[in-house]
Every structure is written in structure tokens, then in C-alpha cells.
Design a binder for this molecule. Structure first.
Ligand SMILES: CC(C)(COP(=O)(O)OP(=O)(O)OC[C@H]1O[C@@H](n2cnc3c(N)ncnc32)[C@H](O)[C@@H]1OP(=O)(O)O)[C@@H](O)C(=O)NCCC(=O)NCCS
Length: 381
């Protein structure tokens, strides 16, 4: 799907970075203490061959395989406790602001400020994240009320591509006239979904919230405004990144907490298959997008790519450029933030766009579960 959108712009962006850091060293230390304890408690069964011993996690593997050095989390307490290994998240009263609304609002305030907009000028709020705090009432409506925005609000998800799909959805509203100024927030509260007892995936995710303001070019007064020249969205069904967590789970005949935790964990991934199947789809989509928009890759000043795995980013950038990319051409934030689901490309865009000059072009591209790919070609006004 593509169209001409020269009149819609991203006029402000914001990032909320949670207060707590967990380094690879801390995470691996906790995992290995848990593994030692498990292996000790199950030593007889392991010796008999009835139970498999847990293998150690290593910082070297994590950094080499993913590029991740640390991650931010909203609540650190409980995650490194080998008897728990999940955050302790106190339940908030219905009258209190929800935790993901709080994250989204912090990012939104920065985006509003940078766009020079007041909350009451926003008449569409989209909360787009790979997970939702609850099905209803929509957290977007809570954010709309808390900020004092007008119009309407809704939640949406397209997994790791939610942010770019939400930007596209906001553009549709601006072009059709159902909104005049939109706020897209992406509170990616990923740490509660992680199985910190799973060596293959305990290191992957981090928490963050991002926000973007979208409006028509003629109303934009922000200092760093980006016109959207082209957008492409694509989905392709795959089970290689999946969750089986559902409101249906609790009604299954043989459900136990143990089974839910150990087998139906929230995030299940075949990482190698994801590499193999998703990378060609991404490369093909962006190649076609550039050709369709008649833009030469040499005219792309910067690529703000999805931030799941450094090797994927290096591969995509190398394919598009025909050589290795400099950091400046395809900045990496996943070393500090880890995989922040749909927010990763927006963090990169937010942190690395102020230096661009008028007329400079770039690509914001997300990819992940679904599979889903969302790609926007933008140009600094
Ligand atoms: C998850 C990911 C980092 C794993 O990297 P990988 O290079 O594919 O690693 P593999 O899963 O093939 O594992 C390689 C070896 O390391 C081992 N290993 C796995 N986790 C480990 C850990 N934490 N510490 C040490 N070794 C580990 C594996 O057991 C395997 O051992 P083996 O060769 O003896 O079987 C990588 O596949 C990935 O990021 N894929 C894409 C993910 C993605 O983009 N998802 C989108 C979501 S938004």
C-alpha cells in the first residue's frame, strides 16, 4: 500500500526512558544462580536423565547474538530475585493513572513540547503497543482524558510494527478529516512478558515509551518537522514469534499456573527462522518502496530501523546501501534499550534527527511479529 502524503507531517517526538537499568552482567548473574539452584534441587532426576540440566547464560553470547548490552525497566524489584524472576508490580486502584498511561503521557509531553502543541489541540490519540495493559477501557482514552485532549482515542496493536502502523492510521485520519492533530503513543512495557527463567529469551526486551505528533504541514510550527513522502505496510502470517497468552487460557481444561508459565509463556520465538524469513521481506519491501517513490538510496540520509537485533539491522542496511552502514546512517539504540518492540525505530528517530537539514530524507522502518513491516520515507521540511 502506498500513496502520496506530502501534506502530513511528524512535527514532534518524545521518548520516556524508565528509571532502572539492568546490565547483561546482572541479568546473567541472576539467571545462572537460578540455574545452579535448579540443577542442585533436581540433581537426582538430572543424573537419571529424567530432567535436563539448565545451561548457563553468558554475556558474550547475548552481546554477540543480539548487540544488547543493557535494558531499561519500569520496575526492577523482583526480576533479579532467583526465587521470583519477574517484576513485582503493585496493582493500582481503578482511580489511579495506569502504569502504561503514565509512561505514554511522559513521552507525549515531550512530543507536544517539541511540536509546540497544547494537549487541547490534539483531537486523536492512538495508543499503539505490542501488548496492552487491559482490553478496555482503552488506555488511549485514559491518556486523552488525563492530558485534556479532545476528539477520540483508541488502542491498536500490530506487534513489533505497531508504531509505524499507528503513524499510518493517524495519517489516514488526518487526510480523511476525522482528526486535525494526532498524538501516537507507544508505551512498550515489555518486561512483565519476559520469562526471565528462559535462557534463550531472558535478555531480549526492555521497557520504553515513545510518542509522535502528526498534523498537516500548514499547521506545523515545530523546529524539526518531517513530511511523510511515502508509506508501505505489509503483513505475512507466521507463528515464529507468537504468544498463546489469552483470556481463553484460563478456561482450558488442564490449566495450571506452572503450565501457563512454562509452556504458554507470553513470548515464544524461533529466532533463526525469523532472520531467514523476515529479512528478505524487509529488503524487498524497502527496495520496492524506494523504486515506487523514485528515490535513490543515495538520497537517503539516514535509516531509523527497527531495533530488535543488531545483526538484522546490519544486514538490512548493507543490502540497501550495497556496503556497511556508518552509525550515522543507521543508528543503533538497542545496545542501551534492548528490543523495545514497536518503539525501537521511533527511539532511533527521536534521538537522531535534529542534525538533519531541510530536504534530507530518511526511512523509519519497523519489522517483527505477524510478520509485519511498516516503512515510512520522510523528508525534513
Ligand atoms: C534471539 C536471537 C538473539 C538468538 O541468536 P541466535 O544467533 O539465533 O542464537 P541461537 O538461538 O541459534 O542459539 C545459538 C546457540 O547459543 C545458545 N544460547 C541461547 N541463548 C543463550 C544464552 N543466553 N547464553 C549462552 N548461550 C545461549 C543456544 O542454546 C545455541 O546453542 P547450540 O548451538 O549449542 O544449540 C536471534 O535469533 C534474534 O534476535 N532473532 C531475531 C529476533 C527478532 O527480530 N525478533 C523480532 C521481535 S521484535
Amino acid at each position: 500500500m502506498t500513496d502520496s502524503l506530502s501534506h502530513t507531517v511528524i512535527s514532534g517526538t518524545g521518548v520516556f526512558t524508565p528509571p532502572n537499568v539492568i546490565t547483561n552482567e546482572e541479568l546473567v548473574g541472576a539467571f545462572n544462580a537460578f540455574a545452579d539452584d535448579f540443577n542442585h534441587k533436581n540433581s537426582d532426576a538430572i543424573a537419571r536423565g529424567d530432567v535436563s540440566a539448565l545451561q548457563k547464560s553468558t554475556c558474550d553470547f547475548i552481546e554477540k547474538a543480539s548487540g544488547i548490552k543493557q535494558r531499561y525497566v519500569m520496575i526492577k524489584e523482583g526480576i533479579l530475585d532467583t526465587h521470583r524472576m519477574m517484576p513485582i508490580i503493585p496493582r493500582r486502584a481503578d482511580t489511579e493513572l495506569s502504569i502504561t498511561a503514565e509512561m505514554g503521557i511522559a513521552a507525549a509531553r515531550e512530543a507536544l513540547d517539541r511540536a509546540g502543541k497544547k494537549p487541547e489541540e490534539i483531537d486523536l490519540v492512538i495508543y499503539g503497543a505490542s501488548t496492552s495493559e487491559r482490553p478496555w477501557p482503552a488506555v488511549a482514552v485514559e491518556i486523552q482524558a488525563a492530558l485534556g485532549c479532545t476528539g477520540y482515542a483508541f488502542d491498536m496493536t500490530v506487534a513489533c510494527s505497531t508504531a509505524t502502523f499507528a503513524l499510518s492510521t493517524a495519517m489516514d485520519a488526518l487526510m480523511s478529516g476525522t482528526a486535525t492533530c494526532a498524538l501516537v503513543v507507544n508505551p512498550e512495557y515489555t518486561s512483565p512478558q519476559i520469562n526471565f527463567r528462559d535462557r534463550d529469551s531472558h535478555f531480549i526486551f526492555g521497557d520504553v515509551a515513545t510518542a509522535c505528533i502528526l498534523e498537516k504541514e500548514e499547521t506545523a510550527t515545530g523546529k524539526h518537522v518531517f513530511r511523510v513522502l511515502d508509506r508501505r505496510l505489509q503483513t505475512h502470517f507466521s507463528n515464529n514469534i507468537r504468544t498463546n497468552s489469552s483470556f481463553l487460557t484460563k478456561a482450558e481444561p488442564d490449566i495450571t499456573f506452572q503450565r501457563f508459565y512454562e509452556q504458554d509463556q507470553y513470548f515464544i520465538q524461533q529466532g533463526r527462522k525469523v532472520f531467514k524469513e523476515l529479512l528478505p521481506l524487509i529488503c524487498n519491501l524497502v527496495d520496492n518502496q524506494l523504486a515506487g517513490a523514485k528515490i535513490d538510496i543515495r538520497d537517503i540520509r539516514r535509516m531509523w530501523l527497527h531495533q530488535a537485533n543488531i545483526n538484522m539491522n546490519l544486514f538490512v542496511a548493507r543490502h540497501l546501501l550495497g556496503r556497511d552502514a556508518q552509525f550515522d546512517e543507521a543508528p543503533i539504540v538497542l545496545d542501551q534499550y534492548a528490543n523495545t518492540a514497536s518503539a525501537g525505530s521511533i527511539i532511533a528517530f527521536h534521538k537522531y534527527h535534529d542534525d538533519l537539514a531541510s530536504g534530507d530524507k530518511g526511512i523509519i522502518c519497523s519489522f517483527g511479529a505477524g510478520y509485519s513491516i511498516g516503512s515510512l520515507i520522510v523528508e525534513k521540511v
